[in-house]
Design a binder for this molecule. Structure first.
Ligand SMILES: [Zn+2]
Length: 65
């Protein structure tokens, strides 16, 4: 029997600590180059603000060679 619980939790996971966000009423959000980021708490939000580039998804731009 399939459940969507895992998927739902993944969708609502904090982008900093990756923990599920249980209280969506208090979710903090930010825009990271067009991508919606979400954070479970102010602590994670501040951590993101300190260095947003850490949380950007890069597209295959690894240096090869
Ligand atoms: Zn978090």
């Amino acid at each position: 029997m399939e459940t969507q619980t895992d998927l739902e939790q993944l969708k609502n996971a904090c982008d900093v600590c990756a923990l599920p966000i249980e209280n969506l009423d208090k979710v903090l959000t930010a825009d990271n180059q067009g991508r919606a980021m979400k954070f479970c708490c102010e602590k994670c939000y501040k951590q993101y603000l300190e260095d947003p580039s850490l949380f950007v998804e890069f597209e295959d731009d690894e240096v090869v060679g």
